[in-house]
Ligand binder design. Structure first.
Ligand code: SAM
Length: 198
């Protein structure tokens, strides 16, 4: 015979299941169609940003990116490649942000795209959209190229948007991360869903 506690847990689980199945479906777009099956529920309405660093080279830059991540409330930072790991010492992360915000090495940034998060390539290339006029996604994974290279076409094509900052010549990697995060913060609740998202 089922105990009263067991029966109440079962009832609670059934209730949670019906709540999940009543959630609206994700809007369709090329990236979530590919990664998440049609009808995947929208699980939350919280806005956030993540950072993806494509094969970064210098620990000083990654440390400064972590510091920016702490200042602007980034959820997590991902990086590819092995160059940075060889010399990682976080000298510029004087606030020890990497103790609090996950910094995760991965072989392919496409594998870590969180649910309902929009990949945005940040690169100074022809055809990119100027950051000052850009409306940020509610949930964004901003991807940056290496200090000694650029994001290749394959990753730019995979991203939903490509944005650039109209500078004369390119900026330092960590400086670019700070500018993008500042722009997102300065635009406040004016992400794509507006105040619907927290
Ligand atoms: C130091 S830059 C790369 C160097 C550059 N490709 C060159 O000409 O040698 C590192 C990364 O910062 C970002 N970046 C720098 N300046 C930028 C700008 N004005 N607009 C958009 N992204 C920029 C890009 O993601 C770039 O891949």
């Amino acid at each position: 015979m089922r105990s009263p506690v067991g029966a109440s847990l079962l009832a609670k689980a059934a209730d949670q299941t019906s709540q999940i199945s009543n959630l609206p479906a994700l809007p369709q777009s090329p990236y979530n169609r590919a990664l998440f099956p049609e009808g995947t529920p929208l699980v939350a309405d919280k806005r956030y940003s993540c950072i993806g660093l494509y094969n970064p080279k210098s620990p000083e830059n990654v440390g400064s990116v972590m510091r920016a991540a702490g200042c602007y409330g980034v959820a997590s930072v991902f990086y590819t490649g092995k160059r940075y790991e060889r010399a990682a010492d976080f000298v510029t992360d004087t606030k020890r942000v990497h103790y609090d915000i996950p910094l995760i090495g991965i072989d392919d940034l496409k594998k870590i795209l969180p649910l309902n998060c929009v990949p945005v390539a940040v690169e100074l290339v022809e055809g990119a959209r100027p950051l000052p006029e850009y409306t940020h996604p509610d949930r964004a994974l901003y991807i940056f190229g290496p200090e000694d290279g650029s994001l290749d076409k394959e990753i730019r094509d995979w991203c939903e948007d490509v944005v650039y900052i109209p500078t004369t010549g390119c900026m330092n990697l960590a400086a670019t991360v700070n500018v993008v995060l500042y722009d997102r913060m300065a635009k406040g609740l004016n992400t794509r869903s507006g105040p619907k998202f927290r």
